[in-house]
Design a protein around this ligand. Structure first.
Ligand SMILES: Cc1cc2nc3c(=O)[nH]c(=O)nc-3n(C[C@H](O)[C@H](O)[C@H](O)COP(=O)(O)O)c2cc1C
Length: 196
């Protein structure tokens, strides 16, 4: 069934619990192939992807990420609104999706390329919609200490780890976060001006 980009974007949501059941590697590669079509600064295509399915590598990643998440969540620096926002969504220091999801996709950006991070996140946007098209759930998890996670995967210092993206079938029944209205986000000709 054909599905517009808008419908895919509207349907997509972040998923933090996954079924461990099989997912086709072809579907993951389809999403990466889609991401490769994204525009990038001077067409340097600064993105690189590590597709992780080895349970031992996932377990190592989870252990390191959770160590740093624990410090982050137990630290005093977190603004109160953010702490409450995470609590309401049951987002804590534990990251079960790192071992539950059949695939974890690590996305790294070449630090030397112009607009490296902007380009890489644009590619991630393409990727998320392509996963949604294949009926696959995902999350753009940004580890507290990306370098520590990158080291586990052998990612060189010249690349920054931008996200770890678990991919699989959703095992939660949470809804989508609300979005702002078009008329609150858009101005015409001048900041703050309506179209009349
Ligand atoms: C740049 C970026 C970083 C994010 N980092 C995290 C993260 O580290 N952990 C997490 O659980 N969600 C993370 N998210 C997911 C957001 O919390 C989520 O997209 C937002 O609350 C809207 O919810 P929805 O994706 O379900 O619509 C991140 C999203 C973006 C775009």
């Amino acid at each position: 069934m054909e599905c517009s980009v808008y419908r895919l974007a509207e349907r997509r949501r972040s998923v933090r619990r996954f079924h461990s059941g099989q997912v086709s590697l072809e579907d993951v590669l389809y999403a990466v192939r889609t991401a490769l079509q994204a525009p990038s600064g001077a067409n340097r295509q600064p993105w690189r992807f590590v597709i992780i399915y080895d349970q031992r590598v996932k377990a190592r990643l989870r252990m390191v990420c959770e160590q740093w998440e624990r410090r982050f969540h137990e630290g005093r620096g977190l603004p109160e609104w953010f702490r409450r926002w995470m609590e309401e969504r049951e987002i804590g220091w534990e990251k079960p999706f790192l071992t539950e999801a059949p695939y974890i996709l690590a996305v790294a950006a070449d630090k030397k390329a112009p607009y490296s991070r902007e380009s890489t996140w644009l590619a991630i946007g393409y990727l998320l919609l392509a996963l949604e098209e294949k009926g696959l759930a995902s999350l753009t998890y940004t580890p507290t200490n990306p370098r520590a996670a990158a080291r586990i995967l052998g990612i060189p210092d010249s690349y920054s780890l931008e996200a770890l993206i678990p991919i699989g079938r959703p095992a939660d029944n949470k809804g989508k976060e609300p979005r702002m209205r078009l008329e609150d986000a858009v101005f015409y000709n001048m900041w703050g001006a309506k179209n009349d």
